[in-house]
Design a protein around this ligand. Structure first.
Ligand SMILES: [Mg+2]
Length: 119
């Protein structure tokens, strides 16, 4: 069974504390690290066109493994940020999805990529 976010966070904190890394994990450093890991996802697609990225995501084992690894890096930093800031990431994501549904009603947003302020 897959661990939920709370269990994953517990394991992550255990991993961190066993290495005495809490001292390096200020909220600012965690935020910067999440952004840097996000850039590593972008790096995987740098200089490739849309079709090449889609093909790689479907059939390139090495690309898929690297993508999964970088996505996991971002996710783990998000969990650390939320633990430090006492934010429930699942609740925040649900709230944000509900907010986005109000900002982008289907009748206005379907089939276009305009920002909600332009709908
Ligand atoms: Mg990484």
């Amino acid at each position: 069974m897959k661990p939920d976010h709370d269990e994953l966070t517990r394991r992550l904190i255990e991993f961190r504390d066993e290495r005495d890394w809490r001292q390096f994990h200020s909220l600012k450093n965690l935020v910067m690290s999440a952004a840097m890991e996000s850039a590593e996802i972008m790096e995987l697609t740098q200089w490739k066109d849309d079709e090449a990225v889609e093909r790689a995501a479907q059939g390139d084992t090495q690309f898929r493994a690297a993508l999964a690894e970088e996505c996991a890096d971002v996710f783990l930093y998000l969990l650390l940020i939320c633990e430090r800031a006492d934010i429930d990431l699942t609740e925040a994501a649900v709230s944000k999805l509900e907010l986005n549904a109000r900002k982008y009603p289907v009748e206005k947003a379907k089939g276009n990529a305009k920002k909600y302020t332009e709908l």
